[in-house]
Design a binder for this molecule. Sequence first.
Ligand code: NAP
Length: 218
Amino acid sequence: MAKISLFGATGTIGSRILREALDRGHHVTAVVRDPAKLGETHQNLTVVVGDILDPASVTEVAKGQDVLVSAVGGGHGDGPGHLATVEPSAKALVGGVRALGDEAPRLIMVGGAGSLRTPDGKQVWDAEGLPEFVLQIMHAHGDALASLRTVTDVRWTSLSPAATIEPGERTGVYRTDTDNLVLDAEGTSRISAEDYAVALIDEIERPQHVGERFTVGY
Ligand SMILES: NC(=O)c1ccc[n+]([C@@H]2O[C@H](COP(=O)([O-])OP(=O)(O)OC[C@H]3O[C@@H](n4cnc5c(N)ncnc54)[C@H](OP(=O)(O)O)[C@@H]3O)[C@@H](O)[C@H]2O)c1
């Protein structure tokens, strides 16, 4: 069983990752800002307070772990949250993990779909009519991925959701790609947050994408 530290465990996606990891017998340390917001107790769950933007705090919660997962975001709506959180957190996570040298855990970040390639050879964020705040979120994730791609001394992985990810059913069935948007037979790109979590925990149990981004959809 893996020892997993998880940032963002109170979020929509992070809470599904937490549930999937616990259901599969892994030991999870949820690193939160406010423990009162995490409505979850489990014999394999430890809750600590930490700051994802502080490399020293990251190092502390990464010690002795097999994997450090980040599912943080900047909240929903049109505020500047993602700009302040997503790319800076990639840098802080890498710095914090790197400090552990040979003892460093693997790093897995929840990414964005914006930079994925579409069948017309463009990227998702090139679509016409996207609201400005959505573009900002997509590019914040694009900047985080670009930052990760410069890193060769930390075992990082970025997992981009499908274009649409929402709470739904856990089917356990999904398809993956690396840089291409996964589309179903109707040309729709979607995944439930539950199946996204299945794919992420599968990657922890059977690593196939160390040092690269991959994506998941139906
Ligand atoms: N199709 C797509 O590409 C797509 C779609 C959806 C989401 N996403 C990405 O997936 C990620 C997670 O999305 P979500 O919908 O699950 O987000 P969410 O529900 O808003 O949850 C965000 C989580 O991040 C935590 N957080 C925010 N700032 C933090 C900080 N400075 N330090 C520590 N924790 C912090 C929050 O903790 P608190 O409880 O303390 O606030 C919360 O647990 C986001 O980066 C989002 O952009 C991508």
